[in-house]
Design a protein around this ligand. Sequence first.
Ligand SMILES: *[C@@H]1O[C@H](CO)[C@@H](O)[C@H](O)[C@H]1NC(C)=O
Ligand SMILES: *[C@@H]1O[C@H](CO)[C@@H](O)[C@H](O)[C@H]1NC(C)=O
Ligand SMILES: *[C@@H]1O[C@H](CO)[C@@H](O)[C@H](O)[C@H]1NC(C)=O
Ligand SMILES: *[C@@H]1O[C@H](CO)[C@@H](O)[C@H](O)[C@H]1NC(C)=O
Ligand SMILES: *[C@@H]1O[C@H](CO)[C@@H](O)[C@H](O)[C@H]1NC(C)=O
Ligand SMILES: *[C@@H]1O[C@H](CO)[C@@H](O)[C@H](O)[C@H]1NC(C)=O
Ligand SMILES: *[C@@H]1O[C@H](CO)[C@@H](O)[C@H](O)[C@H]1NC(C)=O
Ligand SMILES: *[C@@H]1O[C@H](CO)[C@@H](O)[C@H](O)[C@H]1NC(C)=O
Ligand SMILES: *[C@@H]1O[C@H](CO)[C@@H](O)[C@H](O)[C@H]1NC(C)=O
Ligand SMILES: *[C@@H]1O[C@H](CO)[C@@H](O)[C@H](O)[C@H]1NC(C)=O
Ligand SMILES: *[C@@H]1O[C@H](CO)[C@@H](O)[C@H](O)[C@H]1NC(C)=O
Length: 410
Amino acid sequence: MNLVSKPIGLHVYHLMTAATWIVIALALFHNFLALATKIEADALRHSGWWPCDITSNTSVSHCTWLGISFDYSGSIVEINIDDNYDYREFTVNLSNMNYSLLPNLTSLQVFGDYLTDTIPLQIYALPKLRHLNLSTNKLTDELPLCFQNLTMLEVIDIHDNQINSLIPPELGNLKRLIYLDLSFNLLNGMIPMTLAKLKNLAQLSLQYNCFNGSIPSEIGNLTNLAYLSMRMNFFSGSIPLEIGNLRNLAYLSVAGNFFSGSILSEIGNLTNLAYLSMEGNSFRGSIPSEIGNLMNLAYLSMEGNFFSGSIPSEIGNLMNFAYLSMEGNFFSGSIPSEIGNLMNLAYLSMARNSFSGSILSEIGNLTNLAYLSMEDNSFNGSIPSEIGKLKSLIMLMLSSNSFTGPFHRK
Ligand SMILES: *[C@@H]1O[C@H](CO)[C@@H](O)[C@H](O)[C@H]1NC(C)=O
Ligand SMILES: *[C@@H]1O[C@H](CO)[C@@H](O)[C@H](O)[C@H]1NC(C)=O
Ligand SMILES: *[C@@H]1O[C@H](CO)[C@@H](O)[C@H](O)[C@H]1NC(C)=O
Ligand SMILES: *[C@@H]1O[C@H](CO)[C@@H](O)[C@H](O)[C@H]1NC(C)=O
Ligand SMILES: *[C@@H]1O[C@H](CO)[C@@H](O)[C@H](O)[C@H]1NC(C)=O
Ligand SMILES: *[C@@H]1O[C@H](CO)[C@@H](O)[C@H](O)[C@H]1NC(C)=O
Ligand SMILES: *[C@@H]1O[C@H](CO)[C@@H](O)[C@H](O)[C@H]1NC(C)=O
Ligand SMILES: *[C@@H]1O[C@H](CO)[C@@H](O)[C@H](O)[C@H]1NC(C)=O
Ligand SMILES: *[C@@H]1O[C@H](CO)[C@@H](O)[C@H](O)[C@H]1NC(C)=O
Ligand SMILES: *[C@@H]1O[C@H](CO)[C@@H](O)[C@H](O)[C@H]1NC(C)=O
Ligand SMILES: *[C@@H]1O[C@H](CO)[C@@H](O)[C@H](O)[C@H]1NC(C)=O
């Protein structure tokens, strides 16, 4: 029995000491956590971002303040202030937060006209930051270089501010970046080639800025890109053929720039493309027949360029087509009968070109058509009675052609 009781006694002793240690450790850990969360609470209080009547009541935990998310240990992981909050007293000044006291912050979002200054350098002290959304404010000046140190960043959204610098080439070091929205600012200069290093990038929004220069061919390295908008800038030159590598591209807008050159046959490689907007540039040449490979294409706008040649019959493959504008170019030839396959077409404009021939009876197949403009061309012959089948039609424009005969309604 001795043999047994002695070890039991030992066990009890050891168990007790272990328990004591655990209790002490827990107490210390608890104190440590309490201290850590108190430091975070003080950082938030001193920022002045939250209204005084809330921050001054120490019996209310900072974790309950609007816009705060915390983890299991009570540490702040997200600050998300947007204009859904009804207290107007928010005075968010990015410079007044001591970011080095918020080491676990992964997401910082301030949206809705709160911010007026520059993005402060001090945000480099957020080593875990993955999501930065400062969109729709009045931020000015430069994109700070300190971005390069926020290597965990996956999302940068600063759209709709007044930032007016170049894109720092160092932005290309943010290897984890998936989403970069710089749209609606005053950013300028050329797109740095280093952006081609952002292999994970899925969305690149550059629209409505003052960027210039041509698109670097390195863009072809961004093989995960699904959304690319360069709309309304001062870009020039031709679209590099490497764009054909962007297999995942679903949305491409280059509208409203000074692009020239023609649509390359490589466009046919972009089989996921659903939206292609090219209007308001100086593109020329004809539509390559490879366009027929773009089985997902739903939207194509070519308006206001110098395109010429006739519509390739392969266009009839594009069964998802809903919007097609060729308005204001130098297209010629007759409409291919395959256009009758485009059963989903809702908008078709061929206005102000040099199209000829007659309107085919197949037009009657386009039963979803709401807008049809063919004005200012050289169409002739009679208007087919099948046009009467277009029950969804709201707008029909046929003027300035050479049509003859009666106008039937069926
Ligand atoms: C502080 O918050 C507590 C809990 O919400 C509330 O009961 C108390 O009245 C508040 N104190 C002041 C001074 O507002
Ligand atoms: C940050 O998170 C870690 C792990 O969850 C935790 O140990 C630490 O106490 C937190 N830091 C602060 C300041 O709360
Ligand atoms: C924000 O805080 C900084 C530093 O405290 C100060 O210089 C700046 O004027 C403040 N900005 C506004 C808009 O109050
Ligand atoms: C932020 O906090 C750190 C650590 O307490 C401190 O050393 C630093 O001076 C603070 N920075 C500012 C701008 O208050
Ligand atoms: C940034 O915040 C705005 C406002 O809440 C939101 O509309 C937008 O989708 C956000 N951006 C990202 C990338 O989540
Ligand atoms: C940011 O990163 C650069 C390059 O890695 C480094 O030289 C610099 O010291 C870092 N800056 C800060 C403020 O951490
Ligand atoms: C683009 O990819 C090629 C081939 O993988 C590589 O050699 C080149 O360095 C990359 N360019 C950039 C700017 O990342
Ligand atoms: C781009 O714009 C800058 C001014 O923002 C100008 O100095 C530069 O020459 C322009 N480059 C091109 C290629 O137009
Ligand atoms: C891309 O398209 C071109 C022209 O149609 C074709 O020659 C080439 O093989 C395609 N590239 C790939 C990788 O499929
Ligand atoms: C399209 O229209 C033509 C001529 O009206 C007709 O012969 C053909 O059956 C129609 N095709 C479909 C798929 O409705
Ligand atoms: C329509 O114009 C073409 C020449 O573009 C001509 O050959 C044809 O006879 C004309 N058709 C009618 C019905 O006027």
